[in-house]
Design a protein around this ligand. Sequence first.
Ligand code: NAP
Length: 462
Amino acid sequence: MSIVGTRQNPLRVAIVGSGPAGFYTAAALLKAGRKTGRLVTVDMLERLPAPFGLVRYGVAPDHPKIKQVIDKYVNTAQDPAFNYLGNVELGKDLSVDELAQSHHAVVVCTGAATDRRLDIPGEDLWGSHAATAFVGWYNAHPDFCDCTFDLSQEAAVIVGHGNVAVDVCRILASTADELNHTDIAEHALEALVSSRIRDIYMIGRRGPTQAKFGHVELRELGGLEDVDLVVDSKDLILNSASEAEFADRSTRENQKNLRTLKEFSCRPIGNGGRRLHIRFLESPVELGGDEQVNTIVLEKNTLKGEPFHQVAVGTGERLELNTGLVFRSIGYHGIPITGLPFNARRGIIPNEVGRVLDEHHHVVPGMYTAGWIKRGPVGLIGNNRADATETVNALLSDVDKSDLEIKPGGQALLPLLAERGVRIVDYTDWEKIDAVEIERGKTREKPREKFTRVEDMLAALD
Ligand code: NAP
């Protein structure tokens, strides 16, 4: 046993997941090391060859500014104490125990990789999809590149009033000109260019004061080239509890949203190629159809409860929309990792300020978590910075209190992974893939043409 953080015994931390939470955790650890003179090394494991998680595979292609945060992650990756192990999956290529043996601490930052379900009849019919699958598809995520969406439909329905729902609506409503020079996957661009969708419905179960989308995102819908917005002014009348919410400073974003929605509701409906209907106080109760969805049944809601605790309650009044394409966009959900505790209801790893807790609520020594898998799928990319810092502070305070044995770090994993036939993609490899993608994009005047398959990324290295 010896003090950790010295040349003889550097603090060896493994981070699982290379999205925002993973990179903010790495940055916070390396910064703390520099500040305190403690020697820290970081091994970042990533299931896919490409890093950056939701920034690469979740942020919409027409939002390049949001993706600029990657520049900061690249700075972190340049640190000599940072080591990237791409194409390595925890729970499949390596066990949690193996990782814990080679490192003083493991920080799990695997995000929320799947979606929440509506649990209504017909949800599994063809034509009913998770918005997360559509997002992965247009962003060239290898898990979703073979998905197909029936864009020959005249109407598409998106359930949910969050920013993901707005992204899906905007991508469906955009013209080729609006998408052509983005990093959208080529297969998605081809399909969207010949889309026959004319009506897009974004359905929220509560009212405008409770909608989760941001004001910038809402306004952007109003600026789309060839889209008429359809908002019923009756939906914008607030009950007294919503009036009380509206008067509170905390709802400034919703106050701006309401003003914008009122402006949308006054716009004349012209001859736009597409109509985007933003609707409130409706919940899907059933999807009809034999093999493919052909209708969605909605129930009108009313709001009940105190301000800020209002829930949508069905009124019994139903209506039907004809559609063969439905996206549920009602939130992401984390998935369990073999060997780690998991709260299936919340889709998170149980934890206390980032320290992983077992089923008896006892801290699992050396095991930490950050990001959406720690706190659930809420917040913007930048929110993960404070979240990661909280976890790193807990980790460092634990390390300060203990004498820990010397750990070998990521080097010890290399023979194990080689034995298992895993082709590790290190950071230099990723830079090669990155350069090829950028080159491929040039002919189409796109920032990059992403690889959609892991095999193709690996082939680009040989
Ligand atoms: P979200 O913001 O949590 O929105 C989920 C929506 O689904 C809410 O309108 C919610 O309504 C609704 N919903 C939940 N359960 C439902 C049900 N059973 N039936 C009908 N509706 C239901 O989730 P998200 O859109 O997936 O976004 C996740 C996070 O990523 C958010 O923090 C978001 O801001 C962020 N994000 C940001 C951007 C951006 O910055 N441009 C882009 C994408 C995502 P209730 O309010 O009634 O629960």
